[in-house]
Ligand binder design. Structure first.
Ligand code: FNR
Length: 359
């Protein structure tokens, strides 16, 4: 039996993943002032033992106002760096797996309640709220306080914040960096005509809307060690007419590739409450397939990929180069072990679990 595609190694610049299963970024809203807690040790600890080829940290804020909620993980000062170091050192000691940080700014979707409290906007004058910042002074949803429009100085501060977070991540030994340009957060807000109504060189044409996200990419690429891969997560469509769509995503991906992106991670949606998403198994894979075909860049597919044979088919049929899983890995943190057993491969397990895998 030929060895399954899902368990072939994958090279991303100077980093080689043992297999093509990636733990998707998953916000936990369980940090204190941006600092990782024991929850992160438990959560990341179990996912590090999952047998996945890469473990992506949740959206990690570049500054306090970049957080979705006040419980978001951050990496913006020595305190947040120390807290994350403690978690990552322990995880690495026992379950070594390459780690990717997702670097994020929530823009106008910041200052929110955790989803289990309803996810609604927190007013700027509430104890855990603040005035949000975005490309244009347009609220995400009706009834919300509109964000403050970013000026050029603000944009430099944010770009430098992404780079500073990338430098701290490199110091922590984090091997890869994913820039969060999806799901309606700040960089997606610049890309999408639904959120960006600027009349300067950062709004209007596609070239102008891509300008700031590309500047952020360049700053992170420059700040992160050569050979350690950097890429972006994008929403390939807003699922709204007149919104950002796949042809523009392809143009953005080509620009990222020209600047040295090692991959593209293709998700969808999040910028508008008017989105109408056709959800079903692998519902975002056709977008990954189109982006991959048009750009020939290493492509990561995500979204309701839940079955080993489904994941294997996505790779064998050339629709993507790797799959990223979120909910399936929460449901079954040994998903890659089960996939390996089903497809006829093996994954690395902690030595303490030496008798655990079928052979
Ligand atoms: C997410 N998702 C997400 N996406 C992202 O880009 N950054 C993040 O921090 C988070 N946070 C997050 C938390 C939790 C608990 C879930 C379930 C999801 C989206 C996630 O990465 C993924 O794209 C979607 O969940 C779709 O994949 P699955 O769950 O169908 O495999």
């Amino acid at each position: 039996m030929s060895s399954p595609a899902l368990f072939q190694p994958l090279r991303l610049d100077g980093l080689e993943l043992e297999n093509r299963i990636i733990v998707a970024p998953m916000c936990q809203y369980s940090a204190r002032d941006g600092e990782a807690t024991d929850w992160h040790m438990m959560h990341l600890g179990q996912l590090a033992m999952s047998g996945s080829g890469l473990l992506t940290l949740e959206a990690t804020a570049v500054s306090p106002e970049a957080r979705i909620t006040h419980g978001d993980l951050g990496l913006w000062d020595d305190g947040t760096e120390r807290a994350l170091a403690k978690v990552l050192d322990a995880v690495r000691d026992y379950a070594p797996v390459p780690i990717c940080i997702q670097i994020a700014h929530a823009g106008r979707k910041a200052s929110s309640e955790a989803p289990w409290r309803g996810g609604q906007q927190v007013a700027p004058d509430s104890p855990h709220g603040w005035l949000t910042e975005a490309p244009s002074p347009l609220a995400h949803a009706e009834g919300e306080v509109a964000p403050r429009m970013l000026d050029r100085e603000d944009m430099k501060r944010i770009r430098d914040g992404f780079a500073a977070t990338a430098r701290r991540a490199a110091r922590l030994g984090i091997e890869a960096a994913e820039i969060h340009a999806a799901h309606g957060y700040l960089l997606h807000q610049f890309l999408s005509p639904l959120a960006n109504r600027r009349s300067d060189e950062y709004g209007g044409s596609l070239e102008n809307r891509m300008r700031f996200p590309l500047e952020v990419f360049d700053a992170v690429r420059e700040a992160f060690p050569a050979g350690n891969p950097v890429w972006a997560r994008v929403s390939a469509t807003d699922w709204v007419e007149e919104g950002w769509e796949v042809e523009q995503t392809i143009a953005f991906t080509q620009a990222l590739k020209a600047r040295g992106a090692a991959a593209i991670h293709v998700s969808t949606g999040g910028v508008s409450p008017r989105q109408k998403i056709a959800i079903g198994p692998g519902y975002q894979v056709p977008f990954a397939e189109r982006v991959r075909a048009a750009t020939d860049l290493v492509t990561i597919a995500v979204g309701l990929i839940t079955e080993p044979r489904q994941a294997e088919a996505i790779l064998v049929e050339g629709k993507a180069d790797a799959v990223s899983l979120a909910r399936a890995l929460l449901y079954d943190p040994r998903w890659p072990w089960h996939a390996a057993a089903e497809l006829g491969a093996r994954v690395r397990a902690p030595k303490q679990y030496w008798r655990s895998q079928p052979h």
